[in-house]
Design a protein around this ligand. Structure first.
Ligand code: PLP
Length: 149
C-alpha cells in the first residue's frame, strides 16, 4: 500500500546540534535560547510580538483568553485536534462547528451564511489543514488562524 504523507517535518543536523547544545547548557526551561527563538519567529512571520509556550494547546488557550469572553460564540472546524475547541471552552465561550470543504478546511461560505444569520458571533478559529487559509475579515471578527504543523 502506498502512503501519502500527511505532513513531514524537516529536521537537519543544525536542529539536532541546537537541541543537544541546549540540553548540555545550564538552562532547560527559560534561558537565552527562548528570547532568541521568539525574536527569530517574529522576524520570520512579520509579527510584532512572539511568545514561546510549551505546546499548541497552551498557545491556543492564551489566544482564547486574550480574544474571547464568557458566552462569546465562535465559529470553528470539526476537522481538528480537540485543543482547538477546548481552547474556546477554556475561555467559557461557545464553539459552533461549521462543516469543512474537500480540502479539509472550514467552509468559509458556510461561515459567511452563519454570520448573516447570527450577528452576535464574535470570532472564528480556523485551522489551515492543507496550506494557507485566508479569511477576508470584512466583519472585524476576532480571528485565530493557524497552520497545522
Ligand atoms: C491541529 C492541532 N492543534 C493542536 C494540537 C495539540 O498540540 P500539542 O500536543 O502541541 O498541545 C494538535 C495535536 O495533534 C493538533 O493536531
Amino acid at each position: 500500500m502506498k502512503f501519502i504523507p500527511y505532513g513531514k517535518q524537516h529536521i537537519d543536523q543544525d536542529d539536532v546540534d541546537a537541541v543537544v547544545e541546549t540540553l548540555r547548557s545550564d538552562f532547560l526551561t527559560q534561558g537565552p535560547t527562548v528570547p532568541l527563538f521568539e525574536e527569530k519567529i517574529s522576524k520570520y512571520s512579520g509579527a510584532k510580538y512572539c511568545i514561546a509556550v510549551s505546546n499548541a494547546t497552551a498557545a491556543l488557550h492564551l489566544v482564547a483568553l486574550s480574544l474571547l469572553k464568557e458566552g462569546d460564540k465562535v465559529l470553528t472546524t470539526p476537522n481538528s485536534f480537540l485543543a482547538t475547541s477546548n481552547a474556546i471552552l477554556y475561555a467559557k465561550a461557545k464553539p459552533i462547528f461549521i462543516d469543512i470543504k474537500k480540502d479539509g478546511n472550514i467552509d468559509l461560505d458556510l461561515c459567511e451564511q452563519k454570520l448573516q444569520e447570527d450577528s452576535t458571533i464574535k470570532a472564528i478559529f480556523g485551522v489551515a489543514m492543507t496550506g494557507l487559509m485566508e479569511y477576508k475579515n470584512r466583519r472585524r471578527l476576532r480571528a485565530c488562524n493557524r497552520c497545522k504543523r
